[in-house]
Design a protein around this ligand. Structure first.
Ligand code: ADP
Length: 162
């Protein structure tokens, strides 16, 4: 029998949305262990520091027994190999996600052929959701309570001062 799969779900999660959470819930049913890994990206200017993004993810995923939250720097495939993960999980919302995701998956495969990227299609009810839109709406005073978990909503309020 093959060993249970370890999968990495990498992303910025700035902040976590219900779309990410849906992917975590569905992905966690497919693998033995799912590691949600926050990328410490030096190029993007984030709203939340990594530690806070990790904290919000932890608070929002306590009900999943096979989900772990971590953060990493450097190449995703090196981190995946270090965690002995055979799979990278990513989500696709629309055709606009596809091109960048394809490029990343092919590059990652070239660097580490043993690691497969698998994609889950976003659920219809979350397919319009992105961290960027959540931040934009919250900044403009809109109600994002139906787009993000409660732990995120609370911190967004504090951060944006509304
Ligand atoms: P990145 O900066 O790496 O794209 P994100 O946090 O924006 O990080 O997204 C991480 C992953 O989650 C990506 O594969 C993205 O396509 C996916 N994702 C983002 N929002 C949704 C959503 N609403 N439904 C499903 N997947 C999503």
């Amino acid at each position: 029998m093959p060993a249970p799969l370890i999968a990495i779900y990498p992303g910025s999660f700035d902040p976590l949305t219900n779309g990410h959470l849906d992917l975590i819930a569905r992905g966690s049913l497919l693998v033995g262990q799912l590691i949600v890994a926050v990328l410490e990206n030096t190029q993007k200017q984030p709203l939340f520091p990594v530690a806070e993004r990790v904290e919000m993810l932890k608070q929002s995923t306590t009900s999943f027994t096979n989900v772990e939250v971590d953060s990493f720097q450097g190449l995703l495939v090196d981190y995946a190999a270090h965690r002995q993960a055979g799979v990278i999980l990513r989500g696709i919302r629309a055709i606009s996600d596809y091109e960048a995701e394809l490029q990343m998956a092919l590059l990652n495969r070239r660097m580490r052929p043993g690691i497969e990227t698998i994609f889950l299609m976003a659920s219809e009810q979350h397919s319009f959701l992105s961290s960027r839109m959540v931040k934009e709406i919250a900044t403009l005073g809109g109600d994002v309570s139906s787009f993000v978990p409660a732990a995120v909503w609370k911190r967004l309020h504090v951060k944006i001062g509304r």
